[in-house]
Design a protein around this ligand. Structure first.
Ligand code: 6PG
Length: 248
């Protein structure tokens, strides 16, 4: 793994740079393997990045027809529910760019249980993704966020799915939210060619400092160690308390 940190004045500058990186990674994946397989993050932070990708300079220059969209995690709600990550991505990105519908893979269907959804998604990943030398399905890019408790995707502190070492996707009951989630697991996250951690806002500064200073070694996001490239994209507010030597 090689890790790199970039800090930007604000979220707009961060998203401009991240959108360009996204396009570079996509074009390389397509020229090398014929397709770009990317897992989107949920929550609020990526919304403006997705909207940025719909603006003419990216919408016209991005290889949408060879792009395959997946999700890093999902809330167990209907796809048109306001809390759905699929709904957010549909509204902010997917309804505005020409990704073929057959190449957009929602993670949760309410007709199945959380466990059944996780099994179905893992099967889909095994069918669609290239494999690494160990046979692990490999994403070209996984976009992740980080909560102020250090969770990423739906891998929350003190939840069972953190311990998963073989399944690619799992259902995770999150006590603090009193809700079920579906999430990629560390095995598939860490098999990725590129992982981007997009962290923005003053509310994340304390956790970033705790991670950088190793005051905590137990938070989920510290276990994101992809075999490929790990890029931290932060705005100045989230990086406010970081030492100069982060990432190690
Ligand atoms: C989710 C996300 C989650 C998110 C973090 C940060 O489904 O909520 O995947 O992991 O990335 O909670 O969320 P914000 O970007 O809203 O701070």
């Amino acid at each position: 793994m090689t890790a790199r940190l970039q800090v930007f004045a604000d979220l707009e500058a961060l998203n401009d740079s991240l959108a360009q990186r996204w396009r570079v990674v996509a074009k390389a994946a397509i020229s090398e393997r014929g397709g770009f397989h990317v897992a989107l993050a949920g929550g609020n932070t990526p919304r403006k990045l997705y909207q940025r990708l719909t603006e003419p300079d990216f919408r016209e220059s991005f290889p949408w027809s060879e792009t395959h969209i997946y999700f890093g995690d999902e809330r167990c709600v209907a796809q048109d529910h306001v809390d759905s990550n699929y709904h957010m991505a549909r509204e902010s990105l997917l309804s505005h760019v020409p990704v073929p519908e057959s190449q957009v893979h929602a993670m949760f269907d309410p007709i199945f249980s959380p466990d059944e959804n996780a099994e179905r998604y893992a099967k889909l990943l095994k069918q669609k993704l290239a494999r690494d030398v160990s046979g692990q399905p490999v994403f070209d890019l996984i976009l992740l966020g980080m909560g102020d408790d250090g969770h990423t995707a739906s891998l929350f502190p003190d939840t069972e799915l953190l311990q998963e070492t073989t399944k690619l996707v799992g259902a995770n009951y999150v006590q603090k939210l009193q809700a079920w989630r579906i999430s990629l697991t560390f095995p598939v996250i860490n098999a990725a060619r590129h992982v981007v951690l997009q962290v923005a806002g003053a509310g994340k500064a304390e956790m970033m400092a705790a991670i950088a200073g190793q005051q905590t070694t137990a938070c989920p996001v510290q276990r994101v160690k992809p075999q490929g490239q790990l890029d931290w994209y932060l705005d100045r507010a989230a990086a406010r308390l970081l030492p100069a030597d982060f990432p190690p």
